[in-house]
Unconditional design. Sequence first.
Length: 459
Amino acid sequence: MPAGCAEPLPKRAIAPMPPDVIVVGAGAAGLVAALAAARAGARVALFDRDDGTGSNLAVSGGLIAAAGTPWQADAGIADSAEIWLSDIARATKGGQDPMVARLVTAHASDALSLIAEAAGQTVRVIDDIVFPGHGAARLHDIGGHDGGALARALLQAVRAIPAIACHRAVPVDGLLAADGAVTGIRCAGDAVEAPATVLATGGFGADPAMVRAHMPELAEALYIGSAHSDGAGIGWARALGAPVRDMGGYQGHGHATRIGNGRLGAGVTSVGAILVDPGGRRFVNEDIGPSGLAGHVARCAGGAVEIFTEAMHRSFLRFASYDDAVRAGAVRRFDDVQALAHAFALPAGALAETLADYNAVASGARPDPFGRQSFGGPLAPPLRAVSVTAALVHTQGGLRIDANAAVLGADGTPIRGLYGAGGCVVGLTGNAPDGYLPGHGLAQSMTLGMLAGRSAAGC
């Protein structure tokens, strides 16, 4: 099993009684939906085409955005759903799906409480970093800054509930429908019926044709998301007339490591790192956020090098994805600029000039020509550096839902018996990657998962 992955989903026989709720997909959205439905008194059948270890949750950094939480209050952080909603509108230039944004900002704190209680984990707010686009410190950690640890905890919680029957390595082939309502799923040639079905099947990042059609700028980029996010669930619902929106929105990554195809977490640019091109020159405002950086790095022939201080390096070692990159040998230490330039085949003179110019900007001597506003101080040896490339993490466009997380049909009314959450449902990003803010993927997945599970159970 790959390092950092969750333990396999347990395999159980189908419950003697037919389920009240079927959940398709055992990632963040599906696991929380199953837990919420079971806690509401429903018998749940949870299906995953793999063993539960291949989800975007299991390979993520595990950070979840939420506002107005008790953990923020304990840390003295003033925040609210309204402030968060304003940050989303600013990032997306007003292009967010209003229903999803309203639901997630209003209920994410409740979802965190449910997850923490069910998984027996402590929630901590990351109170020393305000990540790009967020007006307050609102990223929360459950399980040690590690999506794999969080996935393990949720899988263990699912195991402990007799009302949830888990079926692993059982591909779902499609939906059953009659008289305009979804009545269950087709699974391994058989029909499994239930009054309600929750789609938590992920987005379409693993389908090259869909990526090329909707986000051509990343058609050749590295894909570091779940191999099972192939758009199948979106296709099943569309066959029933369900509309989609924001298919050009995605979570990109402007600093995936070239060694080990890993991630630098939410990005050391959040605390002051810079990016330089093969000519040793900066080419972008680095504090626009990791998703917005992806397109800029993708257009940078030969990739880029991310450079930061030893103090910045130490501050990020707590994040599992960054620590993994360090352990893989992707992040290197240099005692002088010349050694760094030689290691990455950068022109030493140009790099030295770039660092001097940046340090003048960081000290307030002059404005940044790229418009950067936040700085972590001057960049002086010893320095850390890593070769990075652009990557696609997961897509953000998908199905539309109502206030109960029911999937909407062609006429704008809910498709009876069908609910959605996670990557197959439209996210918080709008129709462009710049609208994605750190922690929004898991915030949407877990919050809508909770709402979908409760609604499917009849609450």
